[in-house]
Write a protein that binds this ligand. Sequence first.
Ligand code: ADP
Ligand code: GLC
Length: 499
Amino acid sequence: MHIAFVASECVPYSKTGGLADVVGALPRALASLGHQVSVYLPRYRQTKLADAETVVHSITVPFDDKYRFCSVATAGTSAGVKFYFVDYPSYFDREALYGTSAADYPDNAERFALFSRAVLEASKILGVPHVFHCHDWQSALVPVMLRTLYAEDPAFREVGTVFTIHNMGYQGLFPPDILPLLMLPWDLLTMSKMEFFGQVNFLKGALVFSDFVTTVSKKYSQEIQTTEYGFGLEGVLRNRAATVTGILNGVDYDEWSPQTDKFSVAKYLPQDLSGKLKCKQDLLNAFGVTNADPKVPVIGIVSRFAAQKGFDLIAQIMDRLAREEMIMVVLGTGDKPYEDMFVRLNKQFPNKIAIKVAYDNAIAHKIEAGADMFLMPSRYEPCGLNQIYSLKYGTVPIVRATGGLDDTIEPWDARTGKGTGFKFTEYTGEALLATVKQALLAYRDQSSWQTLMRNGMGRDFSWGASAREYGKVYERVRQLRASENVVRTAELKKEPVAG
Ligand code: ADP
Ligand code: GLC
């Protein structure tokens, strides 16, 4: 089957978070199952293309004020996957992907509408897929346009759409007058379509118009149908529950494995963990922590700084946590208040918490390899990748039992020697503190701790199984479309009723 991915980020071309890892790896896994896969991305300033070739020179994207003309370049085929980049420098050749730490770019609706429309038009030249697989609000207009503006286009009659929610917290909300500017029909501004408290909601449009909706873990697929986690769209999802499913993300062990990690000073295996101690020393050096006793446990954090990630809980308990034997190392960027919070905590507890406000892939790898524990106290977490990487590195996850964190981490039981990490459920500082203390206590018994590390290292979250699940979803979507076309053709053939 020919699947076209449409997404706003993808390793190695662009990244702000886990979406990029998924779009970088899943297409390859699908290609190795025999699917034909293309990936459409915006061409940002950070997108480095070695041998780019323009394959479509001019695509007309009509806006109400004036037409815009973009082009499409290719970076060729990699591991059986074709990569295409929509090129429109005034929208994408910018410092960041979506905005600064202070605010989103004000023209994000136009930027990603142009991207979505360009993908549809380009596909008519480069190859119409059987299924467009779109990800998050930035590509949400693909299913919307296909079933509205392009409903009569014979090129797309057979085409199905799958939409994957990576995060319900980002919906693409814009004022109503965006519809005429993008030349989208006014009737989209109704409750059963894209209207959301008086605004236009791109994500809602995708949830209404896609043939199938998936999200990135089983638990999250249930959570988002509740008021607590649905961000106001729980009703829309419940309405179509029969075509909503959760498929757990895999991870790419070519990139994330202690045996091959190109950023680590030492490699290590479950049978011989000695290299991990060298990685720990190297990590502490990288954070400027000298003279630390190597026996003191290091707790790592690598994250976007956003409300989702639960860092307000750390601020609540830091004074008490600072009394424990531990060092916390934190790498992250994002919302200014969280950057300031961590800088403040570092000033207050300089021997207990080290911080780098940066986006740095090498340091992210060093934390996975060198830390003893990895902390993700998320308020919500659709899947989460870092806890899965941590398992492979024997870096024991401490997580809140939500979404993919709950699906991937099994609680450690010292009596049976089973389990892979530590979990808490209540979103409170007290629950977090109790769980971190439990982990610190367990760390003192190094022989059972190594059992715990090895349990995690032995888990396999590679993409194969999830890719096969997606294959089944694509198959269902094709059947769905085929049956709809049968109905449609029968209706077209009906004799006009006389009189
Ligand atoms: P999310 O997508 O919500 O940010 P995930 O756990 O799914 O969370 O994925 C985060 C990805 O982004 C991981 O690959 C992680 O290593 C990476 N990452 C996040 N913040 C940074 C950072 N400051 N520097 C380097 N990599 C980061
Ligand atoms: C999102 C989620 C994260 C998930 C990632 C990839 O950014 O916040 O939990 O792992 O997408 O699906």
